[in-house]
Design a protein around this ligand. Structure first.
Ligand code: PGA
Length: 252
């Protein structure tokens, strides 16, 4: 059975002391919750990764990095490698976030390399993709999402998909307060699962968790998470507050 997942992407927020206090609050408020088949993940900024991962060592909360360089090492000033992330006991990375694509020019071809490097280093990947508003207005959203997934992931074998979590994040809904309707999310998630089923065996499609991201908050989470092909959320703004984040975990 595929996992339900609530993942908090803290982006460029929270200093070390703020990060520590947030995880303390999250730990406290999820204490005693029956998490069953639900994975809870937080993704702090690189500089706080080690401390956060240490603090969460014996807890049910997992830690992910927000990005990673495609090369194993070398003269890439300011960059962080897979082995550096793994050395601080973090085995998961978010790749392809729309902010990386937009502000740092990350292309499908580059992301495909990052995916390979992460898998080679035995890391799990939360792979993000999604259309911009113009694509949706033009009716190109399915085409765009299909291209993003195919170009970065469809060279992988079925076995590799055990380490892939998909995150559909329509760019027009990220940080804007605008959310895809639960029906729009379900429609796209079912389309994505169908693509995976076409390319791989249907059990690969059935097992892959597909998260929705884009202005998920306590007020709308339950309805979105209730959709058949929505296996949880990748959360930005609402992950920065322990009460809101806990409410999302409870909504799943
Ligand atoms: P948001 O961000 O929840 O603030 O819209 C989601 C994301 O970018 O992952």
């Amino acid at each position: 059975m595929r996992s339900k997942i609530v993942a908090g992407n803290w982006k460029m927020n929270k200093t070390l002391s703020e990060s520590k206090s947030l995880i303390k609050d999250i730990k406290k408020s999820i204490n005693g919750l029956p998490l069953k088949n639900t994975r809870v993940i937080v993704a702090p900024t690189f500089v706080n990764l080690q401390k956060v991962s240490k603090k969460l060592k014996d807890s049910a909360i997992e830690v992910a990095a927000q990005n990673m360089h495609q090369e194993e090492s070398g003269a890439y000033t300011g960059e962080i490698s897979a082995s550096m992330i793994k050395a601080v006991y973090v085995n998961m990375v978010i790749l392809g976030h729309s902010e990386r694509r937009e502000y740092f020019n990350e292309t499908d071809a580059l992301l495909s390399k990052k995916v390979d490097t992460a898998l080679k280093n035995k890391m799990e990947i939360i792979f993000c993709f999604g259309e911009v508003l113009e694509d949706r207005k033009n009716g190109d959203h399915f085409k765009v999402v299909e291209r993003q997934i195919k170009n970065a992931l469809f060279h992988l074998n079925s076995e590799a998909w055990k380490n892939i979590i998909l995150a559909y994040e329509p760019v027009w809904a990220i940080g804007t307060g605008e959310t895809a309707s639960p029906e729009q999310a379900q429609e796209m998630h079912a389309f994505i699962r169908g693509l995976v089923a076409e390319r791989y065996l249907s059990d690969v499609a059935e097992e892959v968790s597909i998260l929705y991201g884009g202005s998920v908050k306590p007020a709308n989470a339950k309805e979105i998470f209730s959709k058949e092909d929505v296996d949880g959320g990748l959360i930005g703004g609402a992950a920065l507050n322990a009460d809101d984040f806990t409410a999302l975990i409870k909504a799943i």
